[in-house]
Design a protein around this ligand. Structure first.
Ligand code: AMP
Length: 214
């Protein structure tokens, strides 16, 4: 089963994708994570991407599409994948349709997490991640049980994203509404779009997603 999770920054795409990965044996493909890995590796692409990402703007469609196209050929995608953060523009969505047809793959669901913009700024600005295992936390909504210690692996090393500051977040939200929101109409017209209230509690959102995926 292959699906797209749509929604603005902070909607919970990453959190929910990670929860669905194990239950449905799909792999989460986050273009943001792939780009951050490029930045961390110091590659030429990473250096160029960092400037664009720090400003909250988009990387070119061509780079993103090539990245995803080679990634879905990996063995770990054969049971299905969850696209998180891609497609982000209508041309990316069109390119994805073409790419899937060429690879004889099907998109089973497109699920949009609907949220309130102002709440997103608060959600994003407080989030942090365990540097060791990637578990996600939040200063107000999801603190570790013991302050400064990861619940999952015990690490005391955490990271915050460079683009998770109020100014960049507002730009990312504006860009989302201008360039990404039209994708919902694109998939709505194809009859495969479902919406889930992303403002609900994390477990309730997961439950609704699981109900959709069966
Ligand atoms: P995310 O982790 O999905 O919030 O992505 C972080 C940043 O990576 C975005 O603000 C963009 O600069 C870049 N990015 C991630 N995915 C895409 C995409 N599909 N198209 C263009 N830029 C992207």
């Amino acid at each position: 089963m292959n699906l797209i999770i749509l929604g603005p920054p902070g909607a919970g795409k990453g959190t929910q994708s990670k929860r669905l990965e194990d239950k449905f044996s799909m792999i989460q493909l986050s273009t943001g994570d792939m780009l951050r890995a490029e930045v961390a590796s110091g590659s030429e692409l990473g250096k160029q991407a960092k400037v664009i990402m720090d400003a909250g703007d988009f990387i070119s469609d061509e780079i993103i599409i090539n990245m995803i196209s080679s990634r879905v050929d990996h063995d770990d995608c054969k049971d299905g994948f969850i696209l998180d953060g891609f497609p982000r523009t209508v041309p990316q969505a069109e390119a994805l349709n073409k790419m899937l047809a060429e690879k004889s793959l099907k998109l089973n669901h497109v699920i949009e997490l609907t949220v309130d913009d102002e709440a997103m700024v608060e959600r994003i600005c407080g989030r942090f991640t365990c540097s060791n295992c990637g578990s996600g936390y939040h200063d107000s909504f999801q603190k570790p049980a013991t302050d400064g210690v990861c619940d999952s692996c015990g690490s005391t090393d955490f990271t915050r994203r460079a683009d998770d500051n109020a100014e960049t977040v507002r730009n990312r939200l504006t860009t989302y509404h201008e360039q990404t929101a039209p994708i919902a109409t694109f998939y709505g017209d194809q009859g495969i779009l479902k919406q889930v209230d992303g403002m609900a509690a994390i477990d309730d959102v997961t439950q609704k997603l699981e109900n959709i995926l069966g």
